[in-house]
Design a protein. Sequence first.
Length: 144
Amino acid sequence: MYFEGIFFSLGWVMLFLSLFLFLMAWYIGLISAFLGYLFVSTHYRLSIDPSNQEIEDYLFILGLKTEKEIFQYKELDCVFITATKYNQQLNHQSISTNVKGVLFKAYLKTEKRKIYLGENRSLKQLESKISPITSKLKLEIRTP
């Protein structure tokens, strides 16, 4: 998904509310339905074709492929995961708090480039998310 978390949920709420908004003001209902559908249906897609040795990377938005890139590869090396520490300071009037953690990012490595697969704050959830890719392509996962 391109819009994750709060925006994906907001998309479903907007779609549901648009049913009632159509009765009050049809144009507001139409705008709400369009934005809700946009949030719910937009996906980041990665297609790997081992027979042609191609990787297709694109954004699927409103039923169309946009920002399409096709990469040729000779060999897929592995899937590796990096760990990045983050520190975020949240301020609200006189209250301040720090949020610290580790963000794990997964990449597919070829001989020329690395291709982003996804990220998560939990290593186990990220591994389960990319395990269909690694099992189908018979690749190992290198973790930090």
